[in-house]
Write a protein that binds this ligand. Structure first.
Ligand code: ADP
Length: 521
């Protein structure tokens, strides 16, 4: 850190006296200000922070005492310590003491060099300490301000979080009431659609929250593979379509026919693109236009999402990528959200050595977000797409599925869902009981919760895998814990898959269809 110099003011009408004082007091870090009159001295005092003023008493026009009086009368200079250099007698000293206060000393001419030096030193050191205290004070004030700001942002965030999580609950609760009163089929469908959308919204908020926490701790791991951008976009659209359709927006797609390849994690990139699409749907008035295009140029793939919505003010174009930043100018424009989506997208894209940028002409002029990723070399690689196609083998018959969960409503609804898509189910709510019952029921698939009474899901899975009957069974962890460590533990215990609650029926169907395809082969 740069050290501030210490200033001494030397006031004497005779220049040779000033030079003599300088020669005597010179030291590193000390700067001398010279004045040959009281007026010059006052001018310098107004410009500089002075640690000590050495003032000759006998000067023409304004003498040393008059100068000192003026200094005492001004806020900025009233506390500057003074040493008078005087040839006069002690009476003079007493007179001045009569109407002043503060650090004042007198040195009789001819001056004793050692005495002057040691006195000046005291003021030099005092000033240094004052500077240090002022610096510390400034730093701690800044620190306190930063803490206060962070605390305020945290409070605001918690309030927003509570608000945003509660919002979707109201329509879900209303929906349940309506369904209980057995409405006609059309109303039933409407209500269910609303409830589903709200639930998806809530799950998304919570997923984003968990992800941002992981990202900021550097804990997100990518499962990198060669993927086509078309695949990423299809996956993103699967989750964003309902929101786009619900708002009556038109979606214009412009993608090259031939696959465009990138290296990356399909789920994470689809999440990034999906987030941008959701925002386009959210921040555009109903019946708007959203465009999604893919452009490949010079080894860079641009995924561009445009909308004709509310636009982004010029000064917010970098800000919106910061955590918890929202650009809404009015409450009406606020569309629900936590202000973490774009921060997350930026992180995810950067983990893929990509960038995200935004263009907007401002108020109601729409926005265009561009995710740019390095293209992967083109290969004859329809393999992975073909592999994904084979997943869609038709459901050739029901499976015997055991659902193990101590949360009874969760177990029940999972079982009902599985029955409705043609499988045969049974339930257990305790680990040990599940182990015994499985021997009789001989399930081909087991949905197993991790936190169970008497035995954990990990222990149950390990025990099942020891039994030859269950060597080939599809065992799926169904849990609220989705961190990398949890996934590693389930893999170690012998689980085939790790699904985080609430599970998505489509994901489940895909897994079950794979199992069916496997048993048929
Ligand atoms: P959230 O949508 O939860 O507020 P995001 O991080 O996804 O959080 O977005 C941050 C802010 O960026 C939004 O609050 C909004 O002000 C602005 N924004 C994002 N996408 C758009 C868009 N397509 N049009 C206008 N504003 C947008």
């Amino acid at each position: 850190m740069k050290k501030d110099p210490v200033h001494f003011l030397l006031v004497d009408d005779l220049q040779e006296n000033i030079l003599a004082l300088q020669a005597l007091l010179r030291r590193d870090g000390l700067v001398f200000l010279q004045a040959n009159s009281g007026m010059d001295a006052l001018e310098l005092l107004l410009k500089h922070d002075v640690a000590l003023a050495l003032i000759d008493v006998q000067m023409p026009e304004m003498n040393g005492f008059e100068l000192a009086e003026l200094m005492r009368g001004t806020e900025r200079t009233k506390n500057v310590p003074i040493i008078f250099l005087t040839a006069g007698n002690t009476d003079q000293q007493r007179r001045f003491r009569g109407y002043e206060a503060g650090a004042v000393d007198f040195l009789q001419k001819p001056i004793e060099p050692d005495i002057l030096k040691s006195k000046a030193n005291v003021f030099y050191e005092l000033h240094k300490q004052r500077q240090e205290v002022a610096r510390l004070l400034k730093e701690s004030r800044e620190y306190a301000d930063a803490l206060k700001e962070a605390d305020k942002r945290k409070d605001e965030f918690l309030a927003t979080l509570a608000h945003e999580l509660r919002n979707p609950l109201a329509p879900i609760r209303n929906g349940l009431e309506i369904l209980r009163r057995a409405p006609d089929a059309a109303k039933q469908k409407d209500v269910q659609d609303v409830m589903t959308r709200q639930l998806i919204h809530m799950v998304r908020l919570i997923d984003d929250l968990m992800d941002i926490a992981r990202v900021s701790k550097g804990k997100i791991e990518l499962r990198r593979e060669r993927i086509s951008v078309q695949n990423i976009i299809n996956a993103a659209l699967e989750s964003s379509r309902p929101l786009i359709d619900a708002a009556g927006h038109t979606l214009l797609l412009d993608m090259p026919e031939a696959p465009v390849w990138v290296e990356g994690d399909l789920t994470r990139l689809a999440q990034a693109v999906g987030n941008i699409l959701n925002n386009a749907a959210k921040y555009t008035k109903a019946g708007g236009k959203i465009s999604l295009s893919v452009i490949i140029d010079d080894g860079i793939v641009d995924i561009r999402v445009g909308d004709n919505g509310i636009g982004i003010p010029h000064n917010m174009r970098d800000e919106i990528f910061h955590l918890f930043t929202q650009a809404q100018r009015t409450f009406q424009q606020s569309q629900g959200g936590l202000g973490i989506g774009l921060a997350l997208v930026k992180h995810l894209v950067e983990l893929h050595e990509g960038t995200i940028t935004v263009e907007s002409d401002g108020d109601n002029k729409g926005s265009v977000f561009t995710i740019s990723l390095p293209a992967a070399a083109t290969l004859e690689s329809a393999v992975s797409e073909a592999a994904q196609e084979s997943v869609k083998t038709p459901n050739a018959g029901g499976l015997r599925i055991l659902v193990v969960d101590d949360n009874v409503p969760s177990a029940k609804t999972t079982a009902w869902m599985l029955e409705m898509i043609g499988h045969q189910t049974s339930m257990c709510h305790d680990g040990r009981e599940a182990l015994e019952y499985a021997e009789k029921f001989k399930p081909q698939v087991i949905f197993l919760d991790i936190g169970l009474p008497s035995m954990s899901g990990y222990e149950v899975c390990k025990a099942l895998r020891q039994n030859p009957i269950f060597k080939e069974a599809l065992i799926i962890a169904q849990t609220g814990w989705g961190q990398k460590r949890d996934r590693d533990l389930s893999e170690e215990a012998g689980f085939d898959h790790h699904l985080v609650k609430p599970i998505n029926l489509q994901d489940v169907e895909t897994l079950l269809q794979k199992k069916i395809a496997g048993t048929i082969l």
